[in-house]
Design a protein around this ligand. Structure first.
Ligand code: HEM
Ligand code: HEM
Length: 201
């Protein structure tokens, strides 16, 4: 998508892309918080419950719909206010987040498969076993899941920090890209009023 010429790109993200962005953002915050908490919980029914919540593969489906929406409606060109570094860093962050949204649930599933745990998807069905049971494969795959999990946290800190910096410090409209148009206008008005109040004080 980023290879498209600027002229052929839409002026804004589609409503579908914006909706999916925020639904996935909420789901990912819960998935990561539960994932991190799991490692610190004692074994027992409470841990089993949170394991089931964390393991369900809804993220994979949402990510697939998200990429389909990107391909169908396109993505706007990066804002003209971005420095060359910001342009490269934000594109790299977006692409790696999309890749992690696919990889992380698959690696999680494979690690549980090697351990021979049944992965139930929202209690509807159980995923098939495709790997032989192996402690070595389980250890390696859990290490990959752990590493990718914290890599995702690091990329998200940079992504959200960047969005906030553009929204509240640079105020160049990049944060508005992902907001419904009316919210973007409201944010601009609130920030303009704040700026005017500061000047008159
Ligand atoms: C408070 C949380 C978040 C904020 C404020 C935020 C803000 C934004 C903004 C403003 C953009 C548009 C950037 C531009 O046009 O250059 C964007 C794009 C994007 N965001 Fe977020 N984001 C948040 C959370 C997340 C999460 C949790 C994920 C995924 C795990 C995510 C993945 C993406 C991706 C992949 C794009 C690129 C656009 C696309 O491919 O559809 N964001 N975000
Ligand atoms: C996008 C989806 C996912 C994200 C972002 C994610 C992220 C994380 C994170 C950050 C942790 C804590 C790091 C650790 O202790 O290993 C974790 C733990 C874990 N995840 Fe995931 N995960 C996802 C999907 C899955 C799936 C689909 C499964 C299994 C089918 C799974 C199985 C596990 C297990 C078993 C643990 C605990 C590891 C331990 O014993 O400490 N995860 N996950």
């Amino acid at each position: 998508m980023d290879q498209q010429s600027a002229a052929s790109r839409p002026g804004a993200y589609s409503a579908a892309s914006k909706w999916l962005h925020w639904v996935i953002a909420i789901v990912i915050f819960f998935t990561i918080s539960i994932g991190i908490r799991l490692g610190f919980m004692p074994e027992g029914p409470e841990q089993d419950y949170y394991f089931d919540v964390h393991r369900s593969l809804g993220v994979l489906v949402l990510a697939a719909i998200r990429v389909a929406a990107r391909q169908t409606f396109g993505t706007p060109a990066p804002a003209a206010s971005l420095t060359p570094f910001e342009r490269i860093a934000s594109t790299a962050a977006h692409h790696s987040l999309l890749a992690l949204l696919f990889l992380q649930p698959i690696v999680g599933w494979l690690s549980m498969d090697a351990y021979r745990a049944d992965v139930s998807v929202f209690g509807l069905f159980t995923l098939p076993h495709i790997l032989p049971q192996s402690d070595a494969a389980y250890t390696a795959l859990s290490w990959v899941h752990f590493t990718l999990g914290y890599l995702m946290v690091a990329v998200l800190v940079a992504h959200i920090g960047g969005a906030m910096m553009h929204g509240f410090i640079k105020r160049d409209g990049v944060l508005n890209h992902m907001l419904p148009a009316s919210w973007g206008r409201m944010l601009d008005q609130v920030l303009a009023r704040g700026g005017a109040a500061n000047k008159s004080a």
